[in-house]
Ligand binder design. Structure first.
Ligand code: PGA
Length: 251
């Protein structure tokens, strides 16, 4: 595990974008695992800028998103498809046939999940997975549970997640209660992982993910077992960590 701690959200976004850009420079046909939520928005903006400046190219890139709400149409402004299109895909030269987002409106979510796993395998596997982290420790929509769910699956969203995500909806009643998400094994199979965190409301869970015991009750804690994971955080998200001690261990 490596920890990168910077001053603020802007620097976190630039650092994360630089990591993704290096990946694409080294391997132009990379398979990227992508995340939604408020945290990676700055990273996407920065990647668009890097692309516009001609430093990176997406023509050969394949992407797999972590998750999608059930029961929202692609066109719905709250769907993750819409988010990805508006905030990233429409600004870059990615080939539409290389974009993958689980279909939360599939008639048979189990079949959709198996198909998603098959597509990831067929692509050669995810080279670099970008993650955010929920205040409850979720990664993707893998909510705290008594066991780790391995593969892509349907999830019943946690009350805390529904409450947290209600900020994007008109009312909490509009937040979908179910989603489809990559599983923990799917995420852990990525060759490299970067987790982004910003703000003091993530400090507690970041501490738990890095120092706590590995438990499905804090899903991000499993990342302690990944051979190549980088936490990219701002000072506030890292405020409960002892950075001097971490310097010896991880920096
Ligand atoms: P956020 O969500 O970036 O909107 O805080 C993170 C997550 O739920 O993974």
């Amino acid at each position: 595990m490596r920890i990168i701690c910077v001053d603020n959200y802007d620097q976190m976004s630039k650092k994360a974008a630089n990591i993704v850009a290096s990946q694409l420079i080294l391997k132009p046909d990379s398979v990227l695992g992508l995340a939604t939520g408020a945290t990676p928005l700055g990273m996407y903006k920065q990647l668009i800028k890097t692309y516009e400046e001609g430093h990176i190219d997406f023509e050969e890139v394949t992407t797999f998103n972590l998750d999608e709400y059930c029961d929202l149409n692609k066109e719905d402004e709250q769907s993750y498809y819409y988010y990805m299109y508006e905030n990233f895909f429409k600004h870059i030269n990615i080939n539409i046939k290389n974009l993958n987002i689980p279909n939360g409106r599939a008639m048979d979510i189990h079949k959709e999940s198996l198909e998603y796993e098959r597509k990831i395998r067929k692509s050669g596997g995810i080279d670099l997975q970008v993650l955010g982290i929920g205040r409850n420790g979720h990664i993707g929509f893998n909510e705290p549970d008594i066991k780790f769910e391995a593969l892509t699956h349907m999830v019943k969203l946690d009350e805390q997640t529904i409450e947290d995500n209600s900020r994007f909806f008109d009312s909490i009643k509009d937040v979908p209660t179910k989603a489809i998400s990559m599983g923990i094994k799917t995420i852990m199979h990525a060759k490299k992982i970067i987790l982004l965190a910003s703000g003091k409301e993530k400090a507690e869970v970041i501490y738990g993910a890095i120092y706590g015991k590995i438990t499905p009750e804090l899903p991000a804690s499993v990342l302690q077992l990944h051979p190549d994971v980088v936490f990219v955080m701002d000072k506030e998200a890292a405020s409960k960590l002892d950075l001097e001690k971490l310097k010896e261990e991880y920096l």
